[in-house]
Design a binder for this molecule. Sequence first.
Ligand SMILES: NC(=O)c1ccc[n+]([C@@H]2O[C@H](COP(=O)([O-])OP(=O)(O)OC[C@H]3O[C@@H](n4cnc5c(N)ncnc54)[C@H](O)[C@@H]3O)[C@@H](O)[C@H]2O)c1
Ligand SMILES: [Zn+2]
Ligand SMILES: [Zn+2]
Length: 340
Amino acid sequence: MKAVRIIEPFKVECIDVPKPTPKPGQALLKIMAAGICGSDIGAFRGTNNLVSYPRIIGHELSCIVESIPEDNNPKNIKVGDRVVVEPYLHCDHCYPCSIGRTNCCTSLQTLGVHTDGGMCEYFCHPGHMLVKIPEGMTWEQAAMAEPLTISLHGIHRGGFKAGEYCVVTGAGPIGLAAAMTAQAYNGHAILIDIVQERLDFAKNVAGIEYVINSSVEDPVKRISEITNGTMAQLVVECSGANSAIRAALDYACNAGRITLTGWPKKETSLPTDMITKKELDIRGGRNSAGEFEEALELIHTRRVDMEKLLTKVVTADEAPATIIDIEKNPGNYMKVIVKF
Ligand SMILES: NC(=O)c1ccc[n+]([C@@H]2O[C@H](COP(=O)([O-])OP(=O)(O)OC[C@H]3O[C@@H](n4cnc5c(N)ncnc54)[C@H](O)[C@@H]3O)[C@@H](O)[C@H]2O)c1
Ligand SMILES: [Zn+2]
Ligand SMILES: [Zn+2]
């Protein structure tokens, strides 16, 4: 079967590998679509130190069930069902797992990062970690549920409520989906980036209410104007830029909340007196837990229309050249899906 594999940083290939056989507890899945994520590009660049090589990438998957073990099928999924996979393998024994926070398991294994992913024709995955796709949804839409769960998790961790203002920093797929979600929750989204094309796309294509280019105008002044001086009840940081993490403290209102979803490359120094003075709640947001059903529903009802983020659909044979081009020209792409 075909598989898209990173051999070592800056070397990617579509190769022929043996079709896998499921181990106890695993379902056999025929992959229909796999999204290319920023973390797959990170694996290609060699900038994610959690990735070991060679590595088959891909964790944003939609598929058909070919077989599923009876003893690991709590959702009563049938052969032939259309499903997405929860791609964060966890131990079920550690403290975070014991309280349902499986997304930050102490021995977490993310597909395509710590272990081979699903950008291939057939894939084996635990039977209990599959979620049924609503009727009438396309394979591409379903493959975009995973990145939406990341954004949703940031919004949930920040306790976002209708009527509130949500500042999102970073207008990539994760930040844009977070801003779209804030609006779907009947709140106001204010999306900040330093690349005008991304902001124009967010405003004109995705319908984001307010966009701010922080490299040409003062975001604090604009947020203050938009919120009548209150500032934002929630800031979801989705750029990973140290300056944006620092600025989140300025964008949040007194008694406000901040979720840190972006992965910074180095540490950020923060004026903690401001955290005390404003009494801010600052939380991390890693992966997602139990959020696939809601993500699928939001996409299905088009309350969060992830299809607007779809730049291109390619074949597995075209995937290596596309990955090379995304790495060189990231500004030309939002979401690319590999169709099998
Ligand atoms: N926590 C998680 O589980 C999780 C999962 C997926 C991705 N991520 C992280 O989320 C972030 C966003 O992912 P993505 O795929 O959308 O990435 P992306 O690179 O497509 O988007 C990042 C955006 O941030 C913008 N940006 C850069 N510096 C900025 C600044 N100073 N202020 C405002 N915007 C700035 C960039 O122009 C870009 O548009 C990344 O850091 C990624 O590693 C985290
Ligand atoms: Zn992803
Ligand atoms: Zn665990």
